[in-house]
Design a protein around this ligand. Structure first.
Ligand SMILES: [Zn+2]
Ligand SMILES: [Zn+2]
Length: 291
């Protein structure tokens, strides 16, 4: 028996995740990261990998030049350039949600938060508001990267902590995929014909190129549901099988209609075609009988 198999018996994923393509014969995924399976872990990890570059990209859109250049983004002054409030709000939201969660998990793990989480602009009540003033796209990416690296290094431990907080963290981090859709990069996601199979979602599924050199592509719907590459392949195979089956049934129905409504002329044509196929060609290729 493999280790994986023993794991399934002793430690299934806390969410009882099953492999997507095997609903008829459900195969529960083992808990390989804290109390969760590699899919639950990957959904969070892949979002964290994308977050720094996404932050740089969004901050580059704050001033309407639309480039991730080195312009200053300073919310405390009157913006001298046309100012994209949507981009600023999204960059802030991403930054503050990461700072917030670094704080939550640091308390649980009794370790220090990474420096940017401490520097994040806070209200008197202590709630995180967002980016420190004067953050350039590069500094934003660097600071977000320090927080995401901190989170990724501890992710297995985090996934062993309070399940209701893990669920909330998981939900919050889905914003990365939603923001990816709102702020498309030069390397655009490729859209698949698949609709998201999550209940009542049906959003389009996008395949994102790797966010870092040597990384893996990631797959998520526009509604923020994440899929592993393996699951995506399985879903694609299912879709193709469904289409082939539909096409086969349509052809069968078409043949039945056809044979019911054929004229004598069509029947004569069919006979001629069959005769030609049988006697006109040798070995399936015309003209070879003379060779
Ligand atoms: Zn799982
Ligand atoms: Zn979805």
């Amino acid at each position: 028996m493999t280790d994986d198999f023993l794991n399934v018996i002793e430690r299934p994923c806390a969410r009882q995740c099953v492999r997507a393509a095997t609903e008829a014969d459900p195969q529960i995924l083992p808990a390989t990261h804290g109390r969760y399976c590699s899919r639950c872990w990957g959904r969070i990890d892949q979002a964290l990998i994308q977050a720094p570059e996404l932050t740089e990209h969004i901050l580059g859109n704050v001033t309407s030049t639309g480039q991730a250049g080195g312009e200053r983004v300073d919310a405390t002054k009157d913006a001298p350039l046309p100012f994209n409030e949507g981009a600023f709000a999204d960059a802030n939201e991403l930054y503050s949600l990461l700072a917030y969660w670094c704080g939550i998990w640091a308390d649980y793990l009794e370790v220090h938060t990474p420096a940017p989480a401490k520097r994040a602009w806070r209200r008197k009540s202590g709630t995180v508001v967002g980016l420190p003033a004067g953050t350039t796209p590069q500094i934003g990416a660097r600071d977000v990267g320090l927080m995401t690296r901190w989170l990724r290094e501890r992710l297995d431990n985090i996934l062993d902590l309070a399940p209701e907080d893990v669920d909330e963290f998981d939900e919050a981090i889905r914003d990365v995929w939603r923001m990816n859709t709102r702020w498309p990069r030069i390397e655009k996601p490729r859209y698949s014909d698949l609709e998201c199979p999550a209940s009542e979602c049906e959003a389009k599924i996008a395949v994102y190129p790797p966010a870092e050199a040597g990384g893996t592509k990631s797959v998520a719907c526009d509604g923020g549901h994440y899929y592993s590459e393996e699951e995506f392949d399985e879903l694609t195979v299912q879709l193709i099988a469904q289409r082939l089956e539909r096409a086969r049934l349509a052809r069968k129905a078409g043949r039945q209609r056809q044979s019911a409504g054929r004229t004598d002329q069509q029947k004569a044509d069919d006979v001629r075609a069959a005769l030609w196929q049988k006697y006109g060609w040798v070995d399936g290729k015309p003209g070879e009988e003379s060779a």
